[in-house]
Write a protein that binds this ligand. Structure first.
Ligand SMILES: Nc1ncnc2c1ncn2[C@@H]1O[C@H](COP(=O)(O)OP(=O)(O)OP(=O)(O)O)[C@@H](O)[C@H]1O
Ligand SMILES: [Mg+2]
Length: 274
């Protein structure tokens, strides 16, 4: 409570002038309404925090079960892949080969899903090092070059940073993963021959990387829930890409912002400078 609101000594009350009493009354009534506002804000924050706590508990439980299942599934899957590889080397006719190829594709897809689940459930331990963010973006783009070429996408990088200004303390492996996941989604959302914009800028204490595409943008439910694990609108998606990004950025004390612009979808990655 503010100290200036507590200065009326009850013993002096009898000797106070009318003006002083009116003033004291005004101060007390102001204090009353300030307290009511303060407590209702506090109450709203408590409700919000208990919801967040409940959600984190639920996610932790899902994560544990998913990691356990992933481990259990991985061994028989490895056996299946080996058997399929052996069978593929036998003298099979075209139809049998095609069927086997479908099985093999399914096994590979399951393996990707399991890797995603395991990395979502995995504990994140950061190895921070000074990293040139522009160089990291180039590296992420080159790992996606085949996808960019496939869709004939143009990438424009607009860096508002002067040279040396883009160096930041991060865990390079993890942040590159964030960039790859976000770019991968932008490529998925883009049509043939489209364009992606990558913009870099800094505030006093944050570095921002925005990735924009010309796709249809986030659906209303995706804007609300895309950071939740297993939320996907894609037939072949696991829905873990952005959830993993969010975990990695939280570990860096950064954040991810999703929005739509008149161009399409826009994802902003925020990293603290210290
Ligand atoms: N650039 C984008 N434009 C429009 N929607 C997007 C974009 N990026 C993500 N989304 C939406 O967010 C959802 C969740 O994305 P996320 O990367 O977590 O999972 P996914 O891409 O569906 O699957 P995964 O990445 O696991 O293969 C997507 O299914 C899509 O609906
Ligand atoms: Mg994705």
């Amino acid at each position: 409570m503010r100290p200036d609101l507590l200065t009326v000594d009850s013993k002096k009350l009898d000797t106070m002038s009318r003006e002083e009493l009116v003033k004291a009354f005004e101060v007390f009534s102001r204090t009353g309404s300030e307290l009511v506002a303060y407590f209702s804000a506090l109450e709203a924050r408590i409700v919000e925090l208990s919801r967040e706590l409940e959600r984190s508990r639920r996610l932790a439980a899902i994560g544990e079960v998913a990691a356990m299942l992933a481990h259990e599934i991985r061994n028989p899957l490895a056996g299946m892949e080996l058997s399929v590889s052996v069978l593929k080397r036998q003298g099979l006719d075209g139809y049998q080969r095609e069927l086997l190829e479908n099985i093999h594709k399914g096994i590979k897809r399951l393996d990707i899903i399991i890797s995603d689940i395991l990395s979502f459930a995995q504990e994140i331990s950061l190895e921070m090092a000074k990293t040139d963010i522009k160089e990291l973006i180039t590296s992420a783009l080159s790992s996606l070059s085949h996808r960019l070429e496939e869709k004939n996408l143009d990438v424009e990088i607009d860096s508002g940073l002067s040279s040396g200004d883009g160096c930041i303390m991060i865990d390079r492996r993890y942040v590159e993963r964030v960039l790859v996941n976000v770019l991968d989604n932008a490529i998925d959302a883009s049509g043939e021959g489209g364009k992606l914009w990558i913009t870099l800028w800094k505030t006093q204490d944050e570095l921002w990387i925005t990735i924009e595409d010309e796709g249809p943008g986030f659906s209303e439910s995706a804007l609300e829930r895309a950071l939740e694990p297993f939320f996907t609108t894609k037939t072949s998606g696991t829905g873990l890409g952005l959830a993993i990004c969010n975990r990695i950025l939280e570990a860096h004390r950064g954040r991810l912002v999703l929005e739509n612009t008149e161009r399409g979808g826009k994802v902003s990655i925020c990293l603290p400078l210290s």
